[in-house]
Design a protein around this ligand. Sequence first.
Ligand SMILES: [Zn+2]
Length: 198
Amino acid sequence: MITEKTDCDKHKWIPLLGINKGRNVPTALFTCLKCGDLKVGTETIKISRFRLDMGDLPIKSVSTIGIKEPLASDHTASGIIVSMTAGENLVFGDFVYFKSDGKCWKADANVAGAYPCMGMAIATINVNTAGDILLHGTARDDTWNWITVGGVVYLSIVAGEATQTQPSTTNDAVQVLGIATNADRIYFNPSKDYITRA
Ligand SMILES: [Zn+2]
């Protein structure tokens, strides 16, 4: 999971000093005496050992963005995430679709309306609370056991699960969710296209 330190109850900001004309002067860069957070200006960019928080500022002129692969430990993910509300209790690795009630529910290839899958829960998210949903990236779950590394992973006919065997019954949805990068890892990039079995 994403390790993010909780802020102090109340930061104690002090400006870092620079030298101007032989004298120490405060700069626009601050650090918290208690937690070590850094910020630039007024609450805009915050930097700590655990995160870079841009607030709502855009990131521009980035040449590459590195997504982690391989992932070093169980129940971790790397990529683009969004905070969304769960329609039912979810756990790490549940593949979800976005329902008309505006919430994430376990996707299911043999339940009409319960697909396409659009994300994967990367935390335990209780019903009607918001949590992290992976939209595109890499993930590791040591309970996965993909048979064919390098092979396609499909939405399963078991709610919230994925499979490397295409659903084959009439009306089942066939949706590609990604590629197995290891027996326990996946490159997750769910297709918005799917077919239903004739
Ligand atoms: Zn602090």
